[in-house]
Design a protein around this ligand. Structure first.
Ligand code: DC
Length: 226
């Protein structure tokens, strides 16, 4: 690889496929930066809610997305990133189910996706980037050295989400989670711009029966063989 190229690994897939955890671990192992692109869509949704802008009000949402006042801080003692919106820690707020649904609604609007494009590409800094999302390999970083697409059955993904929420002490109903996941899959896969789908040259890994460490090792092996 030429010296002036900053390497990128894209990890796309539906919610609950494990891409957040896997991306964060792969970035840690390589000592690279991490882009959680879903967090950006979630932040647009949360900012919209806080400024009383409806998720279908395109004119109102565009300036929000373009000027999102956000900061990502790495917190090594907690897993993942601390997310600050307009000076306030919203790390937990953006993960709430209501925000997930709203994020998926704003993500269908092409002008919002466009408004977030440069911000996502700005994460590409030396020594490398692991980019996690739905369209990282197909649209945002089409030149990525390695493109991975993670899948898992809806049942398994709902089960993972259920256990995550129970662990956090949130009382939830499994059937409702399965419904939410299915609704979000349908919206994310059917939208006209950047629908959730594996890039042509992506390596598809079904994580249904794999542990997190197995997938991380597989991704690192795939990268070292590029
Ligand atoms: O990965 P996530 O669950 O945090 O993403 C939240 C929503 O944002 C998801 O329903 C679809 C949307 N999204 C997207 O459209 N494109 C991305 N690259 C990342 C997320």
């Amino acid at each position: 690889m030429p010296d002036d190229i900053i390497p990128v690994i894209t990890i796309d897939g539906p919610s609950g496929s494990g891409k957040g955890t896997i991306s964060s671990l792969v970035a840690q192992k390589l000592g690279w930066h991490l882009l959680d692109s879903g967090a950006l869509y979630r932040l647009v949704a949360l900012a919209a809610q806080r400024h009383s802008i409806a998720t279908d009000n395109e004119e109102g949402l565009i300036p929000l997305a373009a000027h999102l006042d956000v900061e990502f801080k790495v917190n090594s003692s907690k897993d993942g990133l601390v997310v600050i919106l307009e000076g306030e820690n919203v790390t937990d707020d953006i993960r709430a189910e209501e925000c997930s649904q709203m994020a998926s609604q704003v993500a269908v609007i092409p002008s919002i996706r466009l408004a977030l494009l440069d911000r996502q590409r700005a994460f590409l800094q030396p020594p490398g980037l692991v980019a996690d999302g739905r369209d990282m390999g197909s649209v945002v970083f089409p030149e990525a050295q390695l493109k991975v697409f993670l899948t898992a059955s809806q049942q398994i993904r709902a089960d993972r989400r259920y256990k995550q929420l129970i662990k956090k002490g949130i009382d939830v109903n499994f059937a409702a989670i399965l419904d939410y996941i299915s609704e979000r899959d349908t919206r994310d896969s059917r939208r006209s711009v950047s629908p959730l789908q594996a890039a042509d040259n992506a390596v598809v890994i079904d994580t249904s029966d794999l542990g997190i460490d197995d997938v991380v090792i597989r991704v690192l092996e795939l990268y070292s063989s590029t």
